[in-house]
Design a protein around this ligand. Structure first.
Ligand SMILES: Nc1ncnc2c1ncn2[C@@H]1O[C@H](COP(=O)(O)OP(=O)(O)OP(=O)(O)O)[C@@H](O)[C@H]1O
Length: 624
């Protein structure tokens, strides 16, 4: 990968070489309508020079992620040398200081609540935790100077061997919170020293891979991202990490497993396939982590997860360590998740399911038939108000259907806004190309279904537009969470139409909670649709909500701390949002006022649908 985050074309090998490569409309020759070209090398450099000369390559300095996707079987031969190139190797003396840690203090005042027995205390620095020298060195190389709140609280709990259900806002560093304890645990495992585990521990075949740790994620792209992150954290420690996900030939991934694997990152479908082919055994598993755990346990994935966790050879709760992470955790999913846990600690950084106040949310009343012209107006306005800095900004547009994504991609491109679609009907190669083109800035607008709503950490996404509203408020939280990450600010705009009225109340509550300006028409609709009320997590008081507190056994879980109080939370929130809320000029550059903003914003905000206990009724669309 190059320094500007672009993955060199020369190192990229298509997984299906016989299939012509898809080109989005704005990148096609004028007489080509099919969208597929043979023998054309689409390089970001080419696309920039032909179509996007105003889009310079961007540095991703200081970010741990999003430097272009890299996937199993397509390893850049220079990766070992290059992967830390963009990361400042920092001085030991800086650890624990703010000197290199950009905007993460934005999370400092968020209250934290934990419940469960004998909760290990939080730490203030990574140095306090016995993570091992190799891992600590890599943490410094990744420029992680100070742990974020979720890391401060979750890592000591996990390192102490406790099961954990953890909830923290989007972009606040949950990946490292489960990766660090797992890597550290694997490093201490005797089998790492005594050689690779093969053969399922007993009479199994020597060809069977027996990972010590399994990290499950709902989409292929998220699995790849976690894999890349974990590889950076485990660099030169001897810990072997592999990834398994669908849509790409299984043999490549099996070849990687044959070399030995300590930590396997996987999507559920491909993992089940590998286990059924007797290529993977979970018999020696010590650590299980579910990222986006509520999504993994809702109706779309639960049967597969149950199969993996309960019907294969995985050790039962209590003998393995289980960690569940997400930004949202509905009560019914918490209840279900508790089947997989043993004597666990529930940890909430901020309120469960809340959105970060680093994201300015705008909601606009737009009828279905006016959405396209409204979107064009919004994008034109964004373009005309752009400063040199904001020209680097990326815009992510969420739509409901795969067809809708394709249509909007074409329509935007025809109207002079380079866009590319990403959804579950595209083959994996096309999905990867879309994401790569977006990340590199070659195509600065990504039109996506919910397949891109969770977990993806793409630097420079400054604006998330909910062209179609999601089906529930939690999906909204995840969608808008693609911006406003790692302490940076972002903007989310929602096109709210009549058919979204059932969402009015939950959206109003969510926006109020994160100190957003709620339009009066939305408040009015919320009141009109208040039947049933907001049935999210817990009452009006601050706090995460541990569903066990509502049960007869709640007295077992009274070991609770909360830091700091609600006032601190809201004070911090309003400080973060203030430059946006108070600026009469919506298209101004807030960084001028805050010094805390990396990109530029445009108009508007966002929102979703009444959240009830029927979370599981949401049909999976475009998921893996
Ligand atoms: N301690 C840290 N110091 C500096 N940067 C960090 C730190 N922890 C995480 N980051 C960066 O913050 C960004 C967001 O982290 P991450 O993707 O883990 O968030 P998340 O909580 O998992 O978000 P989501 O809920 O959307 O999945 C990443 O770019 C990551 O590299």
């Amino acid at each position: 990968m190059t320094r500007n985050g672009v993955f060199p074309e020369s190192t990229w090998k298509p997984t299906r070489p016989t299939r012509p490569r898809y080109l989005p409309p704005h990148l096609r020759p004028q007489n080509d309508n099919a969208g597929f070209l043979d023998n054309v090398t689409l390089t970001p450099e080419l696309t920039r020079s032909r179509f996007n000369s105003h889009q310079p390559a961007r540095s991703t300095r200081g970010r741990g992620r999003g430097r272009g996707p890299r996937f199993a079987g397509r390893r850049n031969p220079n990766w070992e040398d290059e992967k830390f190139d963009e990361l400042e190797v920092i001085d030991d003396a800086l650890e624990g200081t703010n000197e290199t840690n950009n905007n993460l203090e934005a999370y400092e005042d968020i209250p934290v609540q934990a419940s469960g027995d004998n909760i290990p205390p939080p730490v203030a620095t990574f140095a306090e935790i016995g993570l091992g020298d190799g891992l600590k060195k890599n943490i410094r190389r990744c420029n992680y100077v100070k742990p974020t709140p979720i890391q401060r609280y979750a890592i000591p709990i996990a390192v102490a061997g406790r099961d954990l259900m953890a909830c923290a806002q989007t972009g606040s560093g949950k990946t490292a919170a489960f990766c660090f304890p797992i890597i550290s645990g694997v490093l201490k495992d005797p089998s790492l020293v005594s050689g690779r585990r093969r053969g399922g521990g007993g009479g199994g075949s020597a060809a069977v891979a027996c990972p010590l740790a399994l990290i499950l994620a709902p989409t292929r792209e998220l699995s790849c991202q976690i894999f890349e992150e974990a590889k950076k954290f485990a660099d030169m420690t001897g810990v072997k990490i592999s990834v398994a996900y669908g849509g790409t030939p299984i043999y490549q991934q099996l070849r990687s497993l044959e070399k030995g694997v300590d930590i396997l990152v996987a999507t559920p479908g491909r993992l089940v396939d590998m286990i059924e082919r007797a290529m993977v055994s979970l018999g020696m598993l010590k650590y299980l982590a579910l990222d986006e755990a509520d999504r993994m346990l809702d109706m779309g994935f639960e049967p597969q997860i149950r199969k993996i966790v309960e019907q294969m050879d995985m050790p039962p709760p209590g003998t393995r360590q289980t960690m569940l992470f997400s930004a949202t955790f509905p009560d019914d999913i918490q209840r279900l998740a508790s089947d997989f846990l043993s004597d666990y600690i529930f940890l909430a950084v901020g309120r469960v399911g809340s959105s970060t106040d680093l994201i300015v949310q705008r909601v606009e009343l737009v009828q279905e038939m006016d959405k396209r012209s409204h979107l064009l107006d919004l994008l034109r306005s964004q373009r005309s108000n752009a400063t040199p800095h904001s020209k680097h900004a990326l815009t992510l547009v969420f739509v409901e259907t795969k067809r809708g994504a394709n249509e909007l991609e074409h329509w935007l491109s025809r109207n002079g806004f380079p866009a590319i679609a990403m959804h579950g009907d595209k083959v994996q190669m096309e999905r990867e190309q879309a994401l790569r083109s977006f990340k590199s800035g070659a195509t600065p607008i990504l039109v996506a279904t919910d397949v891109a709503s969770r977990g993806l950490d793409i630097p420079h996404v400054a604006h998330v537009i909910n062209f179609d509203m999601p089906k529930n408020i939690d999906d909204y939280v995840h969608r808008i969470g693609r911006t406003g990450r790692a302490g940076k600010c972002g903007l989310a705009t929602a096109f709210f139409s009549d058919k979204n009225m059932p969402l009015a109340k939950s959206l109003t509550e969510l926006m109020k909670e994160s100190n957003q300006e709620v339009p009066s028409w939305l408040v009015q609709h919320a009141e009109n649709h208040s039947a049933g009320g907001w049935v999210r997590h817990g009452g009006p008081d601050f706090g995460g909500y541990d569903f066990r507190k509502g049960t007869a056994s709640s007295s077992n879980y009274n070991d609770t701390y909360a830091v700091p109080a609600i006032d601190g939370y809201h004070a911090a929130a309003s400080v973060n949002a203030q430059p946006f809320l108070s600026s009469g000029n919506f298209y101004s550059d807030p960084s001028v006022k805050t010094g805390n903003v990396d990109y530029l914003y445009t108009d508007a905000a966002a929102a979703p649908y009444e959240y009830a206990y029927g979370y599981g009724s949401v049909i999976a669309s475009g998921w893996d």
